[in-house]
Ligand binder design. Sequence first.
Ligand code: 13P
Length: 251
Amino acid sequence: MARKKIVAGNWKMNTVPAEGVELAKSVVAGRSEVCECVNFIVCPPFTHLSQVVEAVKGSDIAVGAQDCATEAKGAYTGEVAAQMIAALGCKYVILGHSERRQYYGETSESLNKKMAQAYANGLTPIYCVGENLEEREAGNHFAVCKAQIEEVVFNLTEEQFANLVIAYEPVWAIGTGKTATAEQAQEIHAYIREVLRSKFGAAAEECPILYGGSCKPSNAAEIFAKADVDGGLIGGAALKAEDFLAIGKGF
Ligand code: 13P
């Protein structure tokens, strides 16, 4: 069976609700120009998740959140529970993004709890891994990604693993305009799949592994052509419907 092809947009802390709704509507409007085989996901800020769910209604575009709380509910001021996200009609949640690891102290310990919350509420996690520049230059990128997977993904049941998306995002390529070469992406994606295979066996062949980091219309096709690259997690280029859709044409 061929793996799912996914193009997911991580809007990060961009767009006010009206802009987000307009962006989502433009994606819906242009969606028919791209192969039906591509699964599009948009991940707006919490504040307009429900309006974006409404805006994509009737299309095959899915909506995801950018994070969720470690706890189910209660006295956790400022947090947003997986149950709340799922109740809006979201299907996905990005977990472990490098910006959250770097700026908000996200650890494997908190991520294990967030993954459990996501699954308990029927959300599919898009679990992010990736090394920073120093780690890449020291040749530690394989070890870093392996640890990020072993410490979190290896705790999943087989059933949970069957409902997981992984995103490899080298920190040095995020928002920098520097993209990993298609060869670099393939090398580490194949490695990540090998790590997954060591724990989950043949099920690893079904797990979509997305590339993220300055992915844009001009480089998507070359990267997506690689055997173990199943799509992209897009930041900056996801903020323009035309570019986001053009990336989908990279398949
Ligand atoms: P850019 O596409 O802006 O580099 O961001 C990638 C990313 O972090 C997506 O989650």
